[in-house]
Design a binder for this molecule. Structure first.
Ligand code: BES
Ligand code: MN
Ligand code: MN
Length: 463
């Protein structure tokens, strides 16, 4: 019999084909017209959990996209590991978003698999499923009890997941949770993430005249809503890049000197920042390093402006209203609902008198931190060393995974953020890709992690 690691290597091609099939399913959770495809991706997960040897696999309906659950509990006395991932993906439009290839027709070029969802998160969750399969197929069992929780609403704020978790605490009882939905520093530097930012996503709308007006007839007398919106948006930041919203930083935990020193050990040079972003000059709070700005500091971003005339040619119209999509990344202990209130209040005070404005809440996620010095973390460190071939470093991550705060609140078990993506994989953007190397190393890392956790008692794993 091969070892689990050998089994994974022998099946690289098969699992790559499985991943391609997964990626062909357009499970874009935010688009209602893709609901059938999103459901199809859930069914794909069901099939592969069954193939991996899970003895109970269930699809739980929600108000929107189903939650997939799969378990194998054949190791009494051993720790129970809850593995989380998501089968939904961000939207992708080949032409509009300027993809080189069809986002839903996966292709391998130069050792990278290109497709929407390849790194976020289908490649990562499939790696975890196949790692479990490797144990089952080679030894007939797993070194631990395992529970998979794979949702289809992560990219839209995990709206229905919190309620599911709160009402299924028994089902989800575990000694440790493992989330594979983050990036490592680079191919030769795997990393354990110890902090994620939270998020509050909003829509800001401004109204002026009762209808669109002729800009020649009325321009110069009406405060243009699109301009007023831009004035409001501009007033949300100070010239130094900090956020001007009253009270915004009140609950933001300062980064300790000790942590700043630790963050500085994984530097992000302006040069490498420039290579990744393609932007000319770094921007942001001068008192913080680039690495700190993208992970340990809160932000406010404008995602889009909607309004007025955007068609071809010229139309001299003075728009009646305008809209912006805005979000904030949050750090502990900022609360997304409190920040929403602060922004609402602040926008009300800076809205020019000639227009009316409204801020609406779209979705939220709490920031989260996870321990770095437990025995479970040591098991994960060793797993990277064995599966990835390199000792991992610790990083804070700028992105958000709302369920992590929910796990922290309800599971009473540590969460390990064991990701396999790379920062330059293009998640959410055009030409998203996943290095085959990351896929294979991820599977090997997870297989090693299961073994390491299996060598511990449940109490040791809980820490
Ligand atoms: N996998 C990402 C989170 C992430 C991004 C982790 C980058 C590490 C590095 C996740 O799928 C994601 O995109 N989350 C959303 C959450 C939001 C919609 C509530 C995000 O961060 O924008
Ligand atoms: Mn993700
Ligand atoms: Mn994502």
């Amino acid at each position: 019999m091969p070892t689990p690691a050998e089994y994974l290597v022998a099946n690289h091609t098969t699992f790559l084909e499985d991943l391609k099939a997964f990626l062909r399913i357009q499970s874009v959770s935010t688009l209602r017209e893709k609901n059938p495809e999103t459901r199809q991706a859930a069914a794909f997960v069901v099939d592969h959990l069954k193939a991996a040897g899970m003895t109970r696999v269930e699809l739980f309906e929600t108000n929107r996209h189903p939650i997939v659950y799969g378990e194998w509990l054949g190791a009494p006395g051993k720790p129970t590991v809850l593995v989380y991932g998501h089968y939904d993906v961000q939207p992708a439009d080949k032409v509009k978003d300027k993809w080189t290839t069809d986002p839903f027709e996966p292709v391998v070029v130069d050792g990278k698999l290109y497709a929407r969802g390849s790194t976020d998160d289908k490649g990562q969750i499939l790696a975890d499923i196949k790692a479990a399969q490797a144990w089952m197929q080679t030894t007939g069992s797993l070194p631990v009890n395992i529970k998979f929780l794979v949702e289809g609403e992560e990219e839209i704020g995990s709206e229905n997941l919190d309620a599911f978790i709160e009402t299924h605490l028994d089902l989800l009882r575990c000694d440790v949770a493992v989330v594979s939905d983050t990036a490592v520093v680079d191919l030769n530097t795997p990393s354990l993430t110890y902090a994620l930012r939270g998020l509050v996503y909003m829509e800001l709308e401004v109204w002026g005249p009762k209808v669109d007006l002729h800009s020649g007839q009325w321009g110069g007398s009406v405060h243009n809503p699109l301009q007023a919106l831009c004035e409001i948006i501009t007033a949300l930041h100070n010239p130094d890049g900090s956020i001007s919203v009253t009270g915004f930083y009140d609950k933001a935990k300062p980064i300790s000197a000790e942590e700043r020193a630790a963050i500085a050990e994984v530097p992000l040079t302006e040069e490498s920042w420039r290579a990744s972003t393609g932007a000319a000059v770094a921007w942001g709070e001068p008192a913080y390093t680039l690495r700190e700005r993208i992970s340990a500091r809160p932000t406010l971003e404008v995602h889009g402006l909607i309004g007025g005339f955007t068609g071809e040619g010229s139309k001299t119209v003075l728009p009646a209203s305008a809209k912006a999509k805005i979000s904030c990344r949050l750090i502990p202990d900022q609360d997304p609902f409190e920040i929403y209130d602060l922004i609402k209040q602040y926008v009300a005070t800076i809205t020019p008198p000639a227009v009316r404005s409204e801020v609406r809440l779209l979705n939220t996620g709490y920031p989260a931190m996870v321990p770095i010095d437990s025995r479970a973390v040591a098991a994960a460190k060793n797993a990277y060393t064995r599966g990835w071939g390199k000792q991992p470093v610790f990083v804070r991550e700028g992105g958000s995974i709302p369920v992590v705060a929910t796990f922290n609140k309800h599971l009473g078990a540590p969460v390990l953020l064991v990701g396999y993506g790379l920062p330059d994989d293009g998640a959410h953007g055009p030409d998203e890709h996943f290095y085959l190397d990351c896929f294979y190393k991820g599977m090997a890392t997870m297989a090693a992690l299961l073994e390491n956790l299996g060598g511990m008692t449940p109490d040791e794993v809980r820490g």
